[in-house]
Design a protein around this ligand. Sequence first.
Ligand code: XBP
Ligand code: MG
Length: 249
Amino acid sequence: MTLQALIFDVDGTLAETERDGHRVAFNAAFADAGLSWHWDVALYGELLAVTGGKERMHHYIARWKPDGVPTGDIADFVARLHAAKTAHYVRCVESGALRLRPGIARLIHEARAVGLPLAIATTTTAENVHALLAATLGPDSPAWFAAIGAGDVVPRKKPAPDIYQWVLWALGLKAADCLAIEDSAAGLAAARAAGAPTVVTVSEYTVGQDFSGALAVVSDLDAGKTDLATLQRWHADVSAINYVEDKKM
Ligand code: XBP
Ligand code: MG
């Protein structure tokens, strides 16, 4: 079966956004709100087990019981903190602080050159995706993606398959005909649960995670020169197996 689209995760896959992007933006929003909360590099690594920034803050409040949480509407408190965090993150991205990971721009340009559709499936907020694409690939680049599935467009975040199912619906394609590119076990689980063959590019915070079920695991797309032809070959090798799995379900 011919590969019909590439679906990219964002955080950890397009760029190393977590430690020096999202984490710093969360801490800046906490400081703005007069909170003494601080997520250091190690704590943030633990908190990443919960995908989605709002969900991560709810988890932190429930687990760590930090000072400064109002007795009233916690969801509204978290939503306002998160909006401030997004503004900080977008400013960080617009300053050029985050770069694409090795091989990402090359692969995107290769796919565009042959007219292979591109898509995004991420838990992060849509504004963050647009800012990152514009800052790294140019202001027109968000339009290169046939579908951008982000944040709260679906109720359940990764590892649930929802965001992949939404993107597949938007693309009008079957999961087995696409290839997902992910960096985390949660992302891999989401893509696999939706039925998409998945290549993992391991990131700073996901080293050592269990990537069983991946089509391939590479340190980044420049390792072993993982170009479009390589991905097409991997995808062709697995599509027969995926088809059998689909029939069994
Ligand atoms: C990434 C995330 C995101 C970001 C924060 O997971 O979990 O929540 O950390 O973004 P994945 P928001 O790469 O698996 O999509 O604060 O905008 O939610
Ligand atoms: Mg990721």
